[in-house]
Design a protein around this ligand. Sequence first.
Ligand SMILES: [Mg+2]
Length: 396
Amino acid sequence: MTVTAIRTKPYWYRTDRPFADANFPKGRQEWAGLAVFIDTDEGLTGVSIGGNEAGIESLAPLVVGKDPAGVRGIWKSMVDQVFKGGNRGSITGAIAAIDIALWDLKAKAAGWPLWKLLGASEPRARAYASDIGYCLSDDELRSFYARMAARGVTAGKLKGGLDPERDLRRLRIMYEELAKAVPGGRGGSPDRPTAAPIEPLICLDSNEYWNPKQAIPYIRTLEREMPLFWVEEPADRWDYEGLARVSRAVEAQVATGENLNDPKEVVPLLTHGAADVLQPNSGHSGITGMLMIADLAYGFNIPVAVMNSPGNYLAHVAAALPNHLMIEVVDAGRDNWFTVDSRIEGGEVVLGDRPGLGWQIDLEKLEELAVPPAHHDAFNFGRRKGAGILIHGEAR
Ligand SMILES: [Mg+2]
């Protein structure tokens, strides 16, 4: 089978509710995406999302004419091509989108779901609920975690980092709802939580807003009231020494790595003891990069926790990783021109048998979404005032 062309289509969509974190507490609901289609001479098409048109176009000559079965070799040629500028930023997004569509094709050609092609023995991965909802009201937060607990999810991650009292109040809400799903009611109560790491597993994500000197007392303050399973990105993604200091100073595990790009970038995290949990993401230059990161972590006895994805399609990868802990799930309606053959059941993402990534695409819907909104600015959160310097509360 040979790749004949790569096509792209930009689209815009609204999530069911805003996403928000410490860097963008008021949140946003409008997002941009890029659909990527890789056509072949045998009529199969690989599909993915991500990157930008210019990046995909610049890499296309390395892909057209190749057999998608050689996806890891094609990945290497793309990464080598961008060597001088580095495998980072928007070009990494393009490498990732192409890589993921090639894995989709390779599995489709085999007639297998991707989880099987990647060697998973079971089509499932443990899930944790993630609100990405700094701006949600307490009631909205409660109903999100109640919905997740109803599907058996007993682990969660709150967005916080600007106000410890507010975080504690909301961590208790999360705890209360998730504890209801713990078998045998072992979850205790939010006023008298069980010791970590007994379930429910409670995590906090501050999205690199703190520096280590801010992070340590902040986390210790929370831990006096609530055992935390992990704290996520408690310092700058490249601050290997700082992250290691946080890890040594608090009870919670430090989870980090989601915003790095090239797989090699996680090596200093591992050698400095800066990550207790690594977080593979599609932005790690695709599925090929995610597999490398999981293997590197495996060598250091470090578990990995795969990041969220539309329809939880990255559970195909999570299911195949021997050191996988739990995958982030968000329930907010994204990239709504395709659905994924997966469901959340018994606290796990359970994948189906549809070949490849298992996406059911709706091209008419994609056409509708391809009309740009009348006014749109940057679609990213950016980094908020005070980050790493002085904590500015929500109102400032
Ligand atoms: Mg995060």
